[in-house]
Write a protein that binds this ligand. Structure first.
Ligand code: SIN
Length: 284
């Protein structure tokens, strides 16, 4: 069966059909997926009833896998699988609770942020728990020329602690980072606009989750500019909202999208996901 691609929204996202993710894809298929990822930002593969080994094996075709800095959220026996879950067993969460409930691009706080992530839906409430994706090419391309020029000349600082200070403060399931975890994630600077290595298109590269400020600017100047950029990037016409079905696998590109996990569901209902994270390059 040949691979076909169907767009999911005007903003971004496409469904990929004709691939059995349990089989090792041909090199040409891998190239096709890489290209489609850069083009559409988000790729949906339906009906992926796969186990962690199959998830890992498929993901590895797109690059080396990263283990998350918080080792506690790894699937036992599979450090490459980051568990995103609200399920508590005993008194221990089975994964990262409240993960991604703010706009962010995975691992932008690392010197070499993640290329992309593959999130597999294992359990989902009937209503709610969608994930939104924002097209950061569109965000950049629709800025005014003076603002484009400004952001293209500047760097911004990204810090993992920012999410903890801003979104997780006071949540017992997400205690502050330990000194060791902080030492692994010192603040880093990245260009505010990055060039996608596959499409060569430019994308805005700042996100509310991890971007603390524009480098070399006082907060009173930096904060209002970042707020304008965050509001602009998440305009509804740039956003695709995915309603999950169990066994959906979504591969998103962290270089040209950011995402947001909606916390609009009944937390007594299980939402349980497995994520692999592909290593990436230094933004330029
Ligand atoms: C994440 O940010 O990796 C989690 C997204 C989600 O659970 O929808």
């Amino acid at each position: 069966m040949s691979v076909s691609i169907r767009r999911l929204s005007a903003a971004c996202g496409a469904e990929v059909m004709g691939i059995d993710v349990r089989q090792s894809p041909e090199e040409t298929t891998v190239a096709q997926i890489r290209h489609a990822l850069g083009e559409h930002g988000v790729l949906l593969f339906r009906d992926c009833d796969i186990d962690p080994e199959q998830h890992i094996a498929f993901s590895r075709h797109f690059g080396p896998l990263e283990a998350h800095v918080i080792g506690d959220f790894a699937l036992p026996g599979h450090p490459e699988v980051f568990v995103v879950s609200n399920v508590i067993e005993g008194d221990r969460p089975k994964g990262a609770v409240y993960a991604g409930q703010y706009w962010h691009s995975d691992l932008s706080y690392m010197k070499r942020p993640s290329l992309g992530s593959l999130l597999l839906c294992r359990e989902m409430p009937e209503v709610g728990g969608d994930t939104m994706f924002a097209n950061m090419y569109a965000a950049y391309e629709t800025l005014s020329d003076p603002l484009k020029k400004f952001v293209s000349s500047m760097k911004a600082v990204h810090d993992y602690s920012h999410a903890y200070d801003t979104y997780f403060s006071g949540l017992k399931e997400r205690p502050p980072l330990t000194p060791e975890q902080k030492a692994k994630t010192p603040p880093v600077e990245h260009p505010m606009v990055r060039t996608h290595p596959v499409t060569e298109r430019r994308a805005l590269y700042v996100n509310p989750g991890f971007t603390t400020h524009i480098a070399d600017m006082p907060d009173e100047e930096s904060r209002p500019i970042l707020n304008i950029l965050f509001r602009h990037s998440t305009r509804p016409e740039f956003v695709y909202r995915h309603k999950w079905r169990v066994h959906d696998l979504i591969f998103w590109d962290n270089r040209c999208t950011m995402h947001y996990a909606l916390a609009d569901y009944d937390f007594s209902v299980r939402r349980h996901m497995h994520r692999t994270t592909i290593g990436g390059d230094e933004p330029y």
